[in-house]
Design a protein around this ligand. Structure first.
Ligand SMILES: *[C@@H]1O[C@H](CO)[C@@H](O)[C@H](O)[C@H]1NC(C)=O
Ligand SMILES: *[C@@H]1O[C@H](CO)[C@@H](O)[C@H](O)[C@H]1NC(C)=O
Ligand SMILES: *[C@@H]1O[C@H](CO)[C@@H](O)[C@H](O)[C@H]1NC(C)=O
Length: 546
């Protein structure tokens, strides 16, 4: 048996070298000379006003806590109680020019005490991402933002318990600096490298980057159930996948998302990240793409532990269209861009088809190979809905998630087709009509397909991604496309933009060169710093003490 696993390991190494793709991350992303029509600016102001009124409700009833409860006019603390809405929302304040809110947030951040409570998931993307993005967007003058980011991450680094551990434990108890042992997933373990490498850049301590990158490298080096498509569960004690479940939805999503974004953010010379992303996309095209028997909508299915296709998708998964459009552009691959645009269509259809004009949390669809054991057999009502719309709803709530509008933003900036502006405007109108409550806050709803909200009921929670993501993507959709251009910034998975270095030129491939500078930052008024490519990580050991 020992011999066999050694052979397998050598086989993997060879496969990695013979990767079918040699990806250069360089293509320009946005449509050149793109402008918004004059009508967009009114919509942009509408979005800003929604931010102001819902953030004021947060300030009035929940300031310093994580979430506003907009109906009970109270708060909840599901994200450590460090003021998630403030830290997650502060880059949006900066982008919208809401400087009073922003300065208040900077003062607040200076007083956060990270020495208590556990870290539930998403601490990196919301807190660390929010701090570092805000630091950049405000001209790198508020050093307290980096100092707090460092305090926070030095705590999170205890998730690597031993010197040889490459995948972090999922939770750390901040009062004792000890990790909670247990299974993790590739989204948790693989969605750190953008933020932690930024922290290394601003602190000069390369350990953060090495730890985060090492986790991704370990995942990318395992034998996948399908090429490039890592399984969802992972055990940090053994570096082995737990089960074989494949999805672009929750639990896996941002691992795939960051492979291509990290390559672009760092301009790394190591092709591992972009190649693994392309391999994942290629396998998804071959094995997961499905067309609905009604409407010919294009979906990415899941694949269960036994290798059976599950005809399911979700609001969370709908980031994929935007990610494929971005990655396809970076790799100069129009096939991937075009499939991405079709995925955007199908996700938007989940909004366009409901009574509120807002899409559901989870939905399923029927394609020619449907009715596998893992598929829901639709009831009569769902069947009728499918016959009209090409999908059916299996979780009908909307909890202020961004992904459909996020992908819509990418589709707009890349194609310049004004239908994406119309869709964003339609979503804004639906939000105002169906989500606004008397406190001035915005609530989730239980049934997106019931326009009688009082009957379906509301979800009494405004999670921080309403401020960080939904309103930022909507605002930027209607804003001057040069503001936070996709050729100059890479968004983390919580919509926190990071400055990207000028894209690497492509040599000898016949591909167009990326646009020439000047790379000036409109927001902060400061020139973009030269960010040198970060050298590749040396192999193990990955000690956290350098
Ligand atoms: C760099 O960060 C790591 C992780 O938090 C820490 O253990 C180490 O002491 C830091 N190194 C320096 C020189 O500050
Ligand atoms: C790391 O080292 C410890 C102690 O030597 C060992 O028990 C553990 O199995 C190792 N973990 C991995 C992931 O190699
Ligand atoms: C673009 O990507 C697709 C999917 O992986 C692949 O089949 C195709 O060969 C690529 N096209 C080019 C021009 O590289």
């Amino acid at each position: 048996m020992m011999g066999l696993s050694a052979t397998v390991a050598r086989g993997i190494a060879v496969l990695a070298i013979l990767s079918p793709f040699s990806s250069t991350v360089a293509g320009p992303v946005q449509k050149p000379f793109l402008e918004v029509p004059p009508s967009a600016f009114q919509h942009r102001e509408d979005v800003k006003n929604i931010f102001i009124e819902s953030y004021n409700a947060y300030r009035k009833f929940a300031f310093g806590h994580d979430d506003l409860l907009p109906i009970s006019r109270s708060f909840s603390d599901g994200r450590n109680g460090w003021g998630a809405s403030i830290v997650d929302g502060m880059a949006t304040m900066r982008i919208m020019g809401l400087d009073d809110f922003f300065n208040e947030a900077v003062d607040f951040v200076g007083k956060i005490d990270f020495s208590e409570s556990q870290t539930p998931d998403t601490t990196t993307i919301r807190y660390l991402g929010g701090l570092l993005s805000s630091y950049e967007l405000s001209g790198k003058q508020h050093h307290i933002l980096v100092e707090k980011a460092k305090q926070l991450t030095d705590k999170m680094a205890f998730a690597w318990e031993t010197r040889n551990q490459t995948i972090p434990w999922r939770f750390v108890d901040f009062s004792t600096d000890t990790p909670n042992i247990g299974t993790s997933n590739i989204a948790e373990a693989g969605t750190l490298d953008m933020e932690w490498s930024r922290l290394s850049l601003y602190t000069g301590n390369d350990t953060y980057r090495r730890l985060a990158e090492g986790s991704v490298r370990t995942i990318a080096g395992l034998t996948d159930p399908l090429p490039g498509l890592a399984a969802q569960g992972i055990d940090p004690a053994t570096n082995a996948f737990v089960g074989n479940y494949i999805t672009w939805g929750g639990g896996s999503d941002s691992y795939f998302e960051y492979l291509i974004k990290y390559a672009r953010l760092t301009n790394t010379n190591d092709n591992l990240f972009a190649d693994t992303w392309h391999t994942a996309v290629d396998s998804s095209i071959k094995f997961l793409l499905r067309t609905s028997t009604v409407g010919d909508h294009l979906y990415l299915a899941d694949r269960d532990d036994e290798g059976k296709i599950v005809h399911i998708s979700s609001h969370l998964a709908c980031f994929h269209g935007g990610n494929w459009i971005l990655g396809g552009k970076l790799l100069n691959n129009e096939t991937i861009v075009n499939i991405g645009l079709e995925l955007v269509e199908a996700c938007w259809n989940t909004y366009a088809s409901t009574a509120t004009g807002i899409g559901p949390e989870v939905f399923e669809f029927i394609s020619r190979d449907s009715f596998q054991p893992s598929d829901t057999v639709p009831n009569r009502q769902q069947r009728q809905f499918f016959e009209q719309h090409g999908f059916f709803i299996t979780s009908s709530d909307y909890i202020l998630r961004p992904e459909v509008l996020e992908s819509n933003f990418y589709a707009w900036r890349v194609t310049g087709d004004t239908k994406y502006l119309d869709r964003a405007a339609s979503a804004v109108a639906s939000f105002r009509k169906f989500l606004r409550v008397d406190s001035g806050g915005y609530s989730g709803i239980n049934d997106v397909n019931d326009a009688n909200i009082n009957k379906g009921g509301r979800v009494d929670d405004t999670e921080s991604f309403w401020f960080a993501e939904v309103l930022k993507y909507l605002y930027l959709t209607f804003d001057d496309p040069d503001h936070i251009s996709l050729d100059k910034y890479v968004f983390n998975t919580e919509a926190q933009p990071f400055e990207a270095p000028p894209a690497k030129p492509v040599y000898g491939s016949g591909s167009p060169l990326p646009p020439k500078g000047p790379y000036t930052m409109k927001v902060a008024g400061a020139p973009l710093p030269a960010i040198s490519p970060i050298p590749a990580l040396s192999p193990n050991p990955l000690g956290i003490h350098d």
